[in-house]
Write a protein that binds this ligand. Structure first.
Ligand SMILES: [Zn+2]
Ligand SMILES: [Zn+2]
Ligand SMILES: [Zn+2]
Length: 291
């Protein structure tokens, strides 16, 4: 299993449109943050490469091109906000490349939003013209569900994003000879309910929202996130969903041991078994189910 952070920025992205602050004009690539999304890759029991996305934001097209991503077998959605779902249209190219629909897993509220916003995908008979749309199969999951996707166990983690209940995800490789410890992906969170604590125990890596230094009604501040990270005590914590008020080179060295700022393209491969490249054109061609 390999996990790559495709995007680590807040909803407006960094640099922001129409801002010339030191972070938005920085030439440090770690200060270029596309909207939050993560890629989980594995090789299933039949030797097939598999790719699972967490969220599909407005930068999915750019992220897929940057990582030479040729397939997407499933999408886990954390919640229904624009910066996490407005790239769903882009998945239609994966449908073509892999010749299969894509399973989408989310809570009822998010699935309802996705069906409404992407009516052209889910009710194509209402469109005036027939057009090229994604083929997505929605699945409602609840906090008591645990999915097995290609040997990866995915367990929803109930989180509060302001007043909105959303999901983080605990990700565990069930391959018996995997070196990878559990990873938790918790974006867009302002409060972690006590009932979620067991799902944040014994983590190898915690990926956690840390929006900015000053308060926000629906996100952890940097200090909040440090407190939560130290309470949860994963072997390593990375912060995501960061705004332009966090300049990587200024803030990262100030963090406690075992806590760092993430950056786009960061791959959690050091501790994980599957090394090497992403799913490339060559591998995708070799993976043709017809061959
Ligand atoms: Zn967000
Ligand atoms: Zn700025
Ligand atoms: Zn949000």
């Amino acid at each position: 299993m390999k996990v790559t952070l495709l995007g680590t920025g807040t909803s407006s992205g960094v640099p922001m449109i129409a801002c010339d602050c030191p972070t938005c004009t920085s030439d440090d690539p770690r200060d270029n943050r596309t909207r939050c999304s993560a890629l989980i890759e594995t090789i299933d029991r039949d030797g097939q490469h598999r790719a699972i996305l967490i969220d599909a934001g407005p930068d999915l097209h750019f992220q897929a091109i940057r990582h030479h991503l040729w397939r997407c077998d499933a999408i886990l959605l954390t919640h229904n906000h624009v910066d996490h779902i407005f790239g769903l249209d882009e998945t239609r190219r994966f449908n073509v490349a892999q010749g299969a629909p894509i399973d989408v897993y989310a809570d009822q509220h998010t699935i309802d939003s996705v069906k409404r916003i992407f009516q052209h995908i889910f009710e194509p008979h209402l469109s005036v013209n027939h057009s090229f749309v994604a083929s997505l199969v929605p699945h409602v999951i609840t906090e008591t569900d645990s999915l097995d996707l290609f040997g990866i166990r995915i367990t929803p983690i109930p989180l509060m994003h302001g007043k909105l209940p959303i999901f983080g995800f605990r990700i565990e490789d069930t391959n018996p000879d995997s070196y990878a410890g559990p990873i938790a992906y918790c974006t867009d969170v302002s409060h972690i309910p006590p009932k979620s604590s067991p799902l944040l125990a014994d983590l190898d890596v915690l990926i956690l929202d840390a929006l900015r230094p000053h308060p926000h009604p629906t996100h952890l501040t940097l200090d909040d996130a440090i407190d939560e990270a130290q309470r949860i005590a994963a072997r390593q914590t990375y912060f995501i969903h960061m705004a332009h008020s966090i300049k990587h080179a200024d803030v990262d060295p100030t963090l406690p041991p075992g806590i760092n700022l993430a950056y786009d393209t960061l791959t959690l491969g050091d501790t994980l078994k599957l090394d090497g490249t992403h799913i490339t054109r060559r591998e995708a061609v070799n993976d043709d189910p017809a061959s």
